[in-house]
Design a protein around this ligand. Structure first.
Ligand SMILES: O=C(O)c1ccccc1NCC(=O)[C@H](O)[C@H](O)COP(=O)(O)O
Length: 226
């Protein structure tokens, strides 16, 4: 069984052509760009548009945004033309539906998880968001809702209905990804800090190590199919 046909892999917070190319060559299905000024991964819209053009259909492009206003969404959609919008703020199900209807794009809704009760927040988004991204809660002192490089307890997801289309996120890296897949059984993985040499600086060596680790994952771990 080929890992790449079983798991979607999103590499998030890219800002160079080289790291986009390495990610795609190694099997990334989704390439994420962050539009959030406080983030070290923020890229301006013109650069994002150029990188999205560079992807050129080789993977799905994802623009990550936090509680965006309509004007920001209009600009992102018009100028970047991504395949997906990732909503990483406090967007309600109604807001997600409105954004999805207005843009016609696939929408991924990020939800923070720290304990089992947080999983109750998923249900209102089912049938609205095309995918749920389960990420860690922001640690104290961080001003970022994502990209914090911290994991949550994946065992919490044992309680999750297996039909929920979710990507697992938060603190993944080459050393823990096999455990993460075995325990959480997601249909996709999302990673940012774990393939960086410093906040916002994607590292080719770390990307290669991450994909090497994915390639070693065996058939038994790949049970997260929807
Ligand atoms: O990455 C950021 O800087 C970021 C900023 C604001 C909102 C979302 C952000 N990232 C979203 C992602 O999808 C990250 O890949 C996800 O949170 C996992 O990050 P990490 O724990 O660093 O792997």
């Amino acid at each position: 069984m080929n890992r790449m046909t079983e798991l979607d892999i999103k590499i998030c917070g890219l800002s160079t052509r080289e790291t986009v190319d390495v990610s795609i060559a190694r099997g990334a299905s989704h390439i994420g760009f962050v539009s959030f000024e406080k983030s070290p991964r923020h890229v301006e819209i013109e650069q994002m548009a150029e990188l999205a053009r560079h992807v050129d259909g080789r993977a799905k492009t994802v623009v990550v945004t936090v509680d965006p206003e309509d004007g920001e969404i209009d600009r992102l959609v018009t100028e970047v033309a991504p395949d997906w919008l990732q909503l990483h703020g406090r967007e309600s199900p109604e807001r997600v539906l409105a954004i999805k209807s207005a843009t016609g794009l696939s929408v991924m809704k990020a939800l923070p998880v720290a304990d089992v009760d947080d999983l109750d927040r998923i249900a209102p988004y089912l049938g609205i968001a095309d995918r749920i991204l389960l990420d860690s809660k922001r640690p104290k002192g961080s001003n970022l809702p994502g990209g914090n490089g911290v994991s949550f307890d994946w065992r919490l997801l044992a309680a999750l209905d297996r039909t929920v289309p979710f990507m697992l996120s938060g603190g993944l890296d080459a050393d823990n990804v096999e455990d993460a897949v075995r325990i959480a059984r997601p249909s996709g993985l999302d990673i940012s800090s774990g393939v960086e040499s410093a906040p916002g600086i994607k590292d080719v060596g770390r990307l290669q190590r991450f994909f090497d680790a994915l390639d070693r994952i065996g058939e038994d771990e790949l049970q997260g199919d929807l």
